[in-house]
Design a protein around this ligand. Structure first.
Ligand code: 8YV
Length: 296
């Protein structure tokens, strides 16, 4: 079976895949007949890309979020799509807590303060005065595997948990109005695109923190930048609407902590994601049921 990958993946199980060809460009410049499986790493797979791979039967997406893959277009052509759920929940939840702590305790600004040799009195500067996690309310938008892991960790810090999800929990607007920290844990779908609109951002309390480790396009990014420039709220952002572009206006703001989509980026988690992806490709090659097929 001919397998191609947009990139080599980390971890020992990668070598369990037989003869993977690494593509030097995505999408391929020329059509590649005979390729049946594609390992896709942050790669857009839509109708145009599928045309270059006329014999494709599997898109194995490296990641739990598969918004870059047009699942409907794949289905139309009889191409199955798999993802890598379950193994990255803890890593994403850890980074979420790290961003919450970094924002609420001005960690990055404090580090900069020391490095810039501005620490000249024993007493912390007023602008570095933070807020307790204990007693603060964390509003989770989405309460699936990752949201639940975030809740578990935040409870250990003494935070009160509120959540919104499709069925149950607080209405979204009420959650946004009442939480001290709002964290997003929903997939990017047509329903969640710009779910956190300009109007909804305006509902956030003064001094609230928005954390996004899900997908940038869930938020109206321009409206968020406006709020952050105004200094009314703070944010911890691991994801952006048009990665790797980060809005220029964010780069000098003290009330934002920025990371380059690293929520799942631990050696252990990335290796586990590779293992799950490889299991799916091997199941496909063996003609057995795909462990993590997604259907749109
Ligand atoms: C990236 C993620 O896909 O799983 C997801 O949905 O966003 C990440 O794990 C991964 O970093 C691919 O590079």
């Amino acid at each position: 079976m001919r397998i191609v990958a947009t990139q080599k993946l980390p971890g020992p199980t990668w070598d369990d895949l037989p003869d993977v060809e690494l593509l030097d460009a995505w999408p391929p410049r020329e059509p590649l007949p005979g390729v049946e499986a594609l390992v896709a790493v942050v790669a857009r797979v839509g109708s145009a890309e599928l045309e270059r791979l006329p014999d494709l039967r599997l898109v194995a997406n490296y990641g739990v979020g598969y918004d870059t893959v047009d699942v409907a277009a794949c289905r139309e052509r009889g191409v199955a799509v798999t993802n890598t759920p379950g193994v990255l929940d803890a890593a994403v939840a850890d980074l979420t807590l790290a961003l919450i702590l970094a924002c609420r305790r001005h960690l990055v600004a404090s580090d900069r303060f020391v490095r810039e040799r501005r620490w000249q009195h024993g007493w912390a500067q007023p602008e570095l005065l933070g807020n307790d996690l204990a007693g603060a309310t964390l509003g989770l938008v989405g309460m699936g595997r990752i949201g639940s892991e975030v809740a578990r960790r935040a409870e250990a810090f003494g935070m009160k948990i509120a959540f919104h999800r499709r069925s149950g929990g607080l209405p979204l607007d009420e959650l946004l109005r009442t939480a001290d920290v709002v964290s997003l844990h929903v997939p990017l779908t047509p329903e969640t695109r710009r779910l956190i609109s300009r109007q909804r951002l305006a509902l956030l309390r003064d001094g609230a923190t928005l954390v996004n480790t899900a997908r940038g396009a869930i938020v109206d990014e321009e409206a968020l930048v406006d709020e952050l420039v105004a200094g009314r709220v703070s944010a911890g952002l691991d994801v952006f609407a048009d990665e790797p572009l980060v809005p220029e206006r964010l780069l000098d703001l003290p009330n934002v902590v920025l990371t380059p989509h690293i929520a799942s980026a631990t050696a252990e988690t990335r290796a586990a994601m590779t293992r799950v992806l490889v299991e799916n490709v091997l199941a496909f090659a063996a003609g057995t049921a795909l462990p993590n097929e997604v259907f749109g």
